[in-house]
Every structure is written in structure tokens, then in C-alpha cells.
Design a protein around this ligand. Structure first.
Ligand SMILES: NC(=O)c1ccc[n+]([C@@H]2O[C@H](COP(=O)([O-])OP(=O)(O)OC[C@H]3O[C@@H](n4cnc5c(N)ncnc54)[C@H](O)[C@@H]3O)[C@@H](O)[C@H]2O)c1
Length: 321
């Protein structure tokens, strides 16, 4: 099978890892890295033995697939450019900076698929590829209540969007995948701390069928924490994303009556980004569909949009009070 010719667009903090993985994969040829910052572009191109170009148009006709890790505010415009050229696309999360831009991308994708129904368009919700998350989903766990926490020190990047679109979006996507029912109600509070957008948000989601979740995202914490706890009927799961650790406890009948028994969960550690990108390459080559689709990325954004609106209401109440 011929190698997939790829370009990585945006080689900053995350894009450098896209370039590393693209350059080391047996499935691909990294044709170029694209970044308007010449020094950074050349540095990464040299490191991964490819060429640097300042804009996507310079290289687009010569590639099959594009990985976009440019700032979120540019996802819409760069995504449209690649789609109109009929290229497979891996868009970093969030799919776009706001719901209107996300919907516009889906509309153009539908048109592009008329010309090529096999066009692959996925979103970089890499936590879905976290081996601990894969194990939780395989455990057939039916959550009734989930608590997700994702906090970190101030990143100095991705500040053109709030903490909901930048950080909480990971957990909103996971909640949708775990509960598999629509969100019917959202309450949220949030505060701008170091930017003009909310930097710390706590949301409470109610799902059709009665499951609930609370989600906290912050970019103004002292330390990183990325955890998820899920509670079902006589079962409890605790997941640490960074450590790729999952513990499941279930109520079972022991020798002396009911006991809460921890289950060992067999987790094969792996780099979520690499697993995600390799799955993208396979899909582009017609081998499998193990990726987070743009439609799913947009669903996560719809929930994020509801959270943002609920935060706006609570902020208005704070100002009145
Ligand atoms: N999946 C994850 O866990 C994860 C983690 C971090 C970042 N991200 C996402 O990746 C994207 C980039 O984030 P980052 O932290 O790497 O940001 P960054 O600021 O470190 O890097 C962005 C890069 O894009 C370049 N750029 C600017 N304009 C461009 C253009 N028109 N064309 C091509 N490149 C351009 C910049 O020069 C810079 O090198 C964001 O959408 C962010 O949400 C995802």
C-alpha cells in the first residue's frame, strides 16, 4: 500500500507531536510542516526530516491528509481550505472555536463527501484513546453519576477561547460517549480570573434517562489533576487520565456476605495521541473507522455551548448581586 502523504499545520506545543508521530509512522510520508513562524517551522522540519512551508496552499495539492494543530480560532478557516481541496482531515480539539463555525464545517464536509464518500474527518479528542478510558468503556459500566475534574496551571496558550471549549470539551465528549444519551439540562457557574473569558467553570449536566454529571475545568490551578469517577448500580470506577489507571469496585457476594471487591483492570499503556493519529491513518487507508467523527465533535461543542450559556446567566446574576 502506498504511503499516505500528510502535512501537519501548526507545529507549536501540540503540533510538534503530530509531526513526530507523522514522521515516524510506517503508514505515512510527512511531506511538510506548515507554520507562519519561520524559525519554529524550520526547527521542527529539521528535527523530523521534512520541509517547512509558511502556508497550507503551498503544499495542499501534494498531500492526501492534513493534521491541523493550529490555534483553535483558525480551525474553521484552515479546515474549509483543506476540505474544499478534498483532503482527509484530523482537526485538533475543539472542532472549532464556536458552534456556528463548527456547524459550517459540518455543512461543507457534507458537500465534500458527495464527491468522495470515503473522506475521513476526525477530531482530536485524544482521551478517547487513553487506555484507561478504553478499558472503562469495555467494562460495560452503566454510570448514573459521573464526576470529572480537569485542572491545570495557567497554560499561556489557547487563550482565544474559554476553559469550556479548551479544556472541559475533553470531558464533555467523554461523558457523551459514556452515557450515550442526550443532555437535557445544564447548570453552570464560572469566573474569568486571568483572561476575559471564564477560566474556571463547574457544570452540572442532566442526561435523558436520569444520569447526572458534574464537571470542573480550570486553567488557574496550582497543580494538574485529570480524574473521572463514575458511579453505577452497585459499581464504582475511578480513573486517572495521566497515570492511565482505572480501578473498578463492585458489590459482590463474598464468603461472609456482600463485599465491595476491587477488580484488577488490565491496561496496556500507550500514548493516546499516537493511538489516535495511527487510527486516523488507518481510516484514511480504508482500514477501520476508529476515530471521533466531526459529528461527535460537534455534539460535544453543542453541550459546551449550553455550558457557556449557563455560565453567562450565572455571571449576569453575580454582577446584579
Ligand atoms: N488534544 C489535546 O489534548 C490538545 C492539547 C493541546 C492543544 N490542543 C489543540 O491544539 C491546537 C494548538 O494548540 P497548541 O497548544 O499547540 O498552540 P500553540 O500556540 O503552542 O501552537 C500553535 C502553532 O500554530 C501556528 N500557527 C499560527 N497561525 C497559523 C496558521 N495560519 N497556519 C498554520 N499554523 C499556524 C503558530 O505559529 C504555532 O506554532 C489548539 O486547537 C488546541 O486546542 C489539543
Amino acid at each position: 500500500m502506498s504511503r499516505l502523504r500528510v502535512a501537519v499545520v501548526g507545529v507549536g506545543h501540540l503540533g510538534q507531536h503530530h509531526a513526530r508521530i507523522a514522521s515516524s509512522s510506517e503508514a505515512t510520508e510527512l511531506v511538510a510542516v506548515v507554520d507562519p513562524a519561520a524559525e519554529r517551522g524550520n526547527e521542527i522540519a529539521e528535527k523530523f526530516k521534512t520541509r517547512w512551508v509558511p502556508q497550507l496552499a503551498d503544499i495542499l495539492p501534494g498531500v492526501d491528509a492534513v493534521q491541523i494543530a493550529a490555534p483553535t480560532g483558525l480551525h474553521h478557516v484552515i479546515g474549509l481550505e483543506a476540505l474544499k481541496a478534498g483532503k482527509h482531515l484530523l482537526m485538533e480539539k475543539p472542532l472549532a472555536a464556536n458552534l456556528a463555525e463548527g456547524e459550517a464545517l459540518l455543512a461543507v464536509l457534507a458537500i465534500a463527501r458527495m464527491a468522495n464518500p470515503k473522506l475521513v474527518a476526525c477530531v482530536g479528542h485524544l482521551e478517547r484513546f487513553n487506555p484507561a478510558v478504553v478499558a472503562l468503556r469495555a467494562a460495560n459500566f452503566k454510570p448514573k453519576f459521573i464526576e470529572a475534574i480537569r485542572v491545570s496551571p495557567f497554560p499561556m496558550r489557547s487563550l482565544e477561547v474559554d476553559v469550556v471549549m479548551d479544556v472541559m470539551i475533553h470531558d464533555l465528549d467523554l461523558l457523551m460517549a459514556l452515557v450515550q444519551r442526550p443532555v437535557v439540562d445544564v447548570e453552570a457557574v464560572g469566573v474569568p480570573v486571568l483572561t476575559k473569558y471564564p477560566d474556571l467553570v463547574n457544570a452540572r449536566l442532566k442526561f435523558e434517562g436520569g444520569a447526572f454529571a458534574t464537571v470542573t475545568a480550570s486553567r488557574v490551578a496550582r497543580k494538574k489533576e485529570r480524574t473521572l469517577r463514575a458511579f453505577g448500580n452497585q459499581e464504582y470506577a475511578s480513573l486517572d487520565f495521566a497515570a492511565q489507571r482505572l480501578e473498578i469496585l463492585r458489590l459482590k457476594m463474598g464468603e461472609n456476605g456482600p463485599e465491595v471487591i476491587p477488580e484488577t483492570v488490565d491496561i496496556k499503556e500507550g500514548e493516546p495521541l499516537k493511538l489516535e493519529i495511527e487510527a486516523f491513518y488507518q481510516a484514511c487507508q480504508g482500514q477501520g473507522q476508529d476515530y471521533v467523527s466531526w459529528a461527535e465533535g460537534l455534539e460535544a461543542m453543542r453541550v459546551a455551548d449550553l455550558v457557556q450559556k449557563a455560565v453567562d446567566v450565572s455571571l449576569a446574576m453575580m454582577l446584579e448581586g
